[in-house]
Design a protein around this ligand. Sequence first.
Ligand SMILES: Nc1ncnc2c1ncn2[C@@H]1O[C@H](COP(=O)(O)OP(=O)(O)OP(=O)(O)O)[C@@H](O)[C@H]1O
Ligand SMILES: [Mg+2]
Length: 376
Amino acid sequence: MMQVKSQVSGVELAAHRFIAAFDAEQAAELCGLAIVESFADKEIIFEEGEIPDFLYLVLNGQVEFRKHADTERYQSVSLAGANDFFGEFGVLDGQPRSAQAIACGTTTLAKIHRHSLMEIIQRTNGGVVLKLFLYIIQRLRTTTDQYVQQTIHKERMGLVGEMVNTIIHDFKSPFTGIHLASGMLKEMHPDEDTQEWCSLIQAQIHRMLGMTDELLEFARGSYAVQKQPVNLAHLLQRFEKLNRIYFTHANVELIAKSTDLLVNADENKLIRVLQNLASNAIEAFNGSGGKIEIAIAANGSWAEIQLADNGPGIPEAIRSRLFEAFVTYGKQSGTGLGTAIAKSIIDAHGGTIDFQSQLGEGTKFYIRLPLLNFDC
Ligand SMILES: Nc1ncnc2c1ncn2[C@@H]1O[C@H](COP(=O)(O)OP(=O)(O)OP(=O)(O)O)[C@@H](O)[C@H]1O
Ligand SMILES: [Mg+2]
């Protein structure tokens, strides 16, 4: 959930904001001292705790700063993009690096050795120092804001976890009651219709329990997917069957087509993804009905699932943050978890999810999942 801090795609060394803060003579001197170095994706620039020796200017690409959360995990603290500089605290006070710096994608940096830099800074004028000082303060503010946002997000997720725990606890006994009662009805009335309706009730109860468990998993941040070969055409049929009544009541026409495609997946979780997206479309129709089209086809080594609706479109205000948890818009009881859960499920399958939306025209989600046994 880190935000890209700089939108600049690349910058020449002489035009970099750090160099440009100095007068022409010192700027030229700094350019002469700078060593330009390229880093591959995920290459470590420096480690947390290391003794600092250089100041780094980002010319191209992006750098992520991470702190050890525990022995195995890291927590992302902030990002630096083209035209940003980093490592200045260590250069100024000589204290060990407070975070690890790692390249995100191919990244080009110019590094200036601490001793030469300190020597130049000591003889530069106050105006230059002030400019650098202001920039550093501004960056500290942004990092602190991001950190606070992350902490609030974690706190909210913790609350959701607690809430869901209570809900599951309170729901389980009525769910079991309904399940048992429909089982008895099945035994008492062997006719085909009753069997079918009762099976549907039982399947829905099963799903509701599954949903609450999923919400709990999502809140905990641990997503366990039990993968096995799944035929997407069968999955789509199951989805249609489960939703027939819901769609009819909502006056929604469902057009679904799929070829036989195998993916290694957790079928129930993929159904959940379709369910969350379809429910959003139906909620967006706002009672006036509409059309949902689901098309599943192969595209190279991927199975591509497209889910389109002809609703009002996703409000522009939330488009860039749609997949974030708690982003909701225009709904009285929206929690803003539907698309976040869908994305975390697709991520856990090594797939991608994206969308295009136009106000007044509709929305189309694109999901890609790796095909099973795909031979090039
Ligand atoms: N197909 C769609 N058409 C129009 N708006 C949509 C569509 N899908 C999502 N949205 C908008 O995106 C918001 C976020 O959707 P999301 O499913 O993440 O949360 P929610 O539906 O508000 O709450 P929840 O799913 O947790 O009940 C919705 O509130 C809605 O405003
Ligand atoms: Mg939703």
